[in-house]
Design a protein around this ligand. Structure first.
Ligand code: SAH
Length: 200
């Protein structure tokens, strides 16, 4: 089984397409859902959280326009599936997760797949990860009501942030924020539905 290109027409970045086809999604999902590995839909990963749908993971990754030299911050490690895309396509990945058992499982899977450029932090993503800032790219996979100031300030000049913003019980908007000469360029991508970014 494999991903079908005609179903993923919005993936035009060859490196992202290659990552999608190289990362074994089955390793990031629970045993009971293995038969759904190639279903382009979100699946439960326990603790009320979900692994996002692959076409969205790939598209959000593409929006970051990674070339291989970047330092990336990710909020919401979850299963680690999105983290694997970032680790393949950028230089260093700093990923933050609030729920310890999820972090431990993601770490184990990502290590077993050979990724050695991922740094893990347990805690709330609202404050970002100041020690390693600035970041060329920031990927947020849980939805805050508004963009946390720390994430804006830790974004490098020319850096891109992809983030869903909105209420926890409704539709959120996916944004790409670009820092250009200190100012922020905001692009609305499309409505999405993510789990809320929990206030630590
Ligand atoms: N990108 C993940 C999906 C993440 S689901 C994947 O590919 O599997 C969203 C994750 O964000 C959950 O694991 C949740 O625990 C985490 N999360 C929620 N609020 C958070 C916060 N304030 N800081 C860090 N992680 C948070």
């Amino acid at each position: 089984m494999a991903w079908r290109r005609e179903r993923m027409r919005n993936i035009t970045d060859e490196r992202v397409w290659e990552a999608l086809n190289s990362i074994p999604r089955g390793r990031f999902i629970d045993k009971g859902y293995q038969h759904n590995e190639f279903l382009d839909a979100p699946l439960p990963i326990g603790y009320g959280q979900t692994i996002s749908q692959p076409s969205l993971v790939a598209y959000m990754t593409q929006l970051l326009m990674l070339e291989g030299s970047e330092k990336v911050l990710e909020i919401g490690t979850g299963s680690g599936y999105q983290t694997a895309f970032l680790a393949r396509l950028a230089k260093e990945v700093y990923t933050i997760e609030l729920i310890k058992p999820l972090q431990l499982r993601a770490k184990e899977v990502l290590k077993s797949l050979g990724y050695s450029n991922i740094h893990y932090k347990l805690g709330s993503g609202y404050d970002g990860w100041k020690e390693h800032a600035p970041y060329d790219a920031v990927m947020v996979t849980c939805a805050p009501r508004r963009i946390p100031d720390a994430l804006i300030s830790q974004l490098a000049e020319g850096g891109r942030m992809v983030i869903p913003v909105g209420p926890e019980d409704g539709i959120q908007m996916l944004y790409r924020i670009t820092k250009e000469k200190g100012a922020l360029k905001e692009e609305e991508i499309y409505p999405v539905r993510f789990v809320p970014m929990v206030q630590g």
